[in-house]
Design a protein around this ligand. Structure first.
Ligand code: GDP
Length: 370
């Protein structure tokens, strides 16, 4: 096993923006960091003061290491209060969505991280439509946002839209299972899907190469639109190389651990086996660091942009279309119907007025490019 120069600090890819790297100092060499202090490089300074908010969803069969990975990614114990279910409870358990929020701060940069977990998925004997609760959840957040932004109190909108969904694929199958395909297809128009290959420590390097290739091929064959890293038009060769490497890594292999182990005088997050130790942050052992760098250091803002500009915009366009259709229908009915009582008339008329007001406000906003 090759050892790393500095296993406890994040690797330092050259920032694609070529800006100041807040982790690049000698005193940080032996500290554990998540790495989001580079966020100001990704966005306008204005948002720095307010802090950043990011919502990450994890999905996939239960037991694949979702919560362990989240803890490893963000160096927190988000799940300390989790109740373990016994087998019987698990079988009958439906998909239940839980939300954990933590505020973390690194180098003066605040990040409000929300993790949306979909426990139980895949446990029940009948897994048809296991995606439904997740799809509903994502839609509900869009709906809430849509209501708020068309309402009066637009300054203090709480944005709960899901920016990214890490989809866990089992290392024990031979590629994607029908359930994986179905799940991702139901979600891919609504959220940025990043597929990960769970428990990478159970695969040999050759197996990893084969299974990754198979999964990429299946993603293409089944027309699954996973999150696409934005193309770069810069001439920076190193950045281009990094971009290609990132694309070739999909699905990212991951290893999670909630404990630190000690080996050869070093302490690190890892998993101790009778025959050796696997290190979460060792790039030879998995793509964990690549994934974390992508999520927090280089692509967090892009994930938010795509959520807003593509996924949410789709939802909003659909909503406006439905509302317009309803207004037109009501108008037609009003002119055709002989309304019996004046009460009916008033009720209908005010409902129509309200709908029109909302529509006008939305159209006005769209005009102003919000
Ligand atoms: P979840 O149900 O998907 O949230 O899975 P958990 O995070 O609760 O993990 C289930 C079990 O898998 C636990 O015993 C973990 O210690 C173990 N586990 C988690 N991550 C890994 C990993 O990367 N490799 C291996 N071999 N086991 C893991």
């Amino acid at each position: 096993m090759s050892s790393l120069d500095s296993p406890l600090s994040p690797t330092r890819p050259k920032s694609p923006w070529g800006r100041f790297d807040p982790y690049d100092s000698a005193e940080d060499q032996d500290k554990e960091y998540v790495g989001f202090a580079t966020l100001p490089n990704q966005v306008h300074r204005k948002s720095v003061k307010k802090g950043f908010a990011f919502t990450l969803m994890v999905a996939g069969e239960s037991g694949l290491g979702k919560s362990t990975l989240v803890n490893s990614l963000f160096l927190t114990d988000l799940y300390k209060d989790r109740k373990m279910l016994n087998a019987e409870e698990r079988i009958s358990q439906t998909v239940e969505i839980t939300k954990h929020t933590v505020a973390i701060e690194e180098k003066g940069v605040k990040l409000k991280l929300t993790i949306v977990d979909t426990p139980g998925f895949g446990d029940a004997v009948n897994n048809t439509e296991s995606w439904r609760a997740v799809v509903d959840y994502i839609d509900q957040q869009f709906e809430q946002y849509f209501r708020d932004e068309s309402g009066l109190n637009r300054k203090n909108i709480q944005d709960n839209r899901v920016h990214c969904c890490l989809y866990f694929i089992s290392p024990f199958g031979h590629g994607l299972r029908p359930m994986d395909v179905e799940f991702m297809k139901m979600l891919h128009e609504k959220v940025n899907i990043v597929p990960v290959l769970a428990k990478a420590d159970s695969l040999t390097p050759l197996e990893v190469r084969k299974i990754k290739m198979k999964i990429r091929e299946e993603i293409e064959r089944f027309d699954i639109n996973i999150y696409q890293f934005p193309e770069c038009d810069s001439d920076d060769e190193e950045f281009k190389l990094q971009h290609q490497e990132l694309k070739d890594s999909v699905p990212f292999t991951v290893i999670g651990s909630n404990v630190q182990v000690e080996s050869q005088g070093r302490r690190f997050r890892g998993r101790q086996y009778p025959w050796g130790v696997v290190e979460v942050e060792n790039p030879v052992h998995s793509d964990f660091l690549k994934l974390r760098n992508m999520l927090v250091r280089t692509h967090m803002q892009d994930l938010k942009d795509v959520t807003r500009e593509t996924h949410y915009e789709n939802y909003r366009a659909q909503c406006i279309q439905n509302m317009t259709r309803m207004v037109v229908k009501e108008r037609k009915r009003r002119s055709e119907d002989k309304l019996t009582s004046s009460d009916d008339h008033i009720r209908l008329y005010s409902a129509l007025r309200r709908m029109q007001e909302v529509l006008e406000r939305i159209q006005e906003q769209m005009h102003h490019g919000h």
